[in-house]
Design a protein around this ligand. Structure first.
Ligand code: GRF
Length: 203
């Protein structure tokens, strides 16, 4: 798969996806473009330094569909087949979501369906929960509401602040996201050699 990653800021999940793809034997995805809705997003500079094509443009003054069309043109220009949102702080237009249905992933720092949207860690702590985590899901029209592909659980510690909890969950995010995305492609391609071996073993 040719992955396009959409970011808005730091880009640490993008970096995790990138390094995992380089370290994994036979990684089934390759990052071919990192795009941001802010040309100053630090993650863009990181991706560029790693030799990845980047695109940064502010969404300001553009309607949602118009801005998404610009992003989508870039995705097509680079032959992107799948999209990973990684800290992309902008709602996608319904048309974009529809056209990339089943091919657009997101990571969210909670155990969905609990705590969708923003200020997740504050909400977890305010509710006195002892377990949180992160979720990778397919993007649908409902914010943080698409089918769940994988989750990692992270314990809440006594004395946690939203910042300390976020930092610990981020470690799990970096492990989870590359694995889940890689598995999306493996789950269809991996059984094939096994089936072929079975077929060969038949009399
Ligand atoms: C991550 O916690 C992600 O789950 C959330 O925003 C944060 C982005 O961080 N959606 P980064 O830009 O990947 O470092």
């Amino acid at each position: 798969a040719r992955l396009g990653v959409l970011i808005s800021g730091r880009g640490s999940n993008m970096a995790a996806l990138l390094h995992a793809s380089r370290l994994m034997a036979d990684c089934p995805y390759e990052i071919v473009l990192v795009a941001a809705n802010d040309p100053q997003a630090p993650g863009l500079a990181m991706a560029a330094a790693e030799g990845i094509a980047t695109f940064g443009q502010s969404h300001q003054g553009l309607g949602r569909a118009a801005f998404d069309a610009i992003i989508e043109a870039e995705l097509h220009r680079h032959g992107v087949t799948h999209v990973a949102l990684a800290g992309y702080m902008r709602l996608l237009s319904p048309g974009f979501v529809e056209r990339w249905a089943g091919r657009c992933f997101n990571i969210h720092p909670s155990l969905l369906p609990a705590h969708k949207g923003l200020h997740v860690h504050e909400a977890v702590l305010a509710a006195g929960e002892t377990m949180s985590g992160c979720t990778v899901h397919l993007v649908t029209a409902e914010l943080d509401g698409g089918p769940i592909l994988g989750q990692a659980r992270v314990a809440v510690l006594p004395g946690d602040t939203p910042e300390s909890l976020a930092a610990r969950i981020l470690i799990a995010e970096h492990q989870l996201y590359p694995r889940v995305i890689a598995n999306q492609f493996r789950s269809v391609s991996e059984p094939l050699p096994r089936l072929r071996a079975l077929a060969l073993a038949l009399p």
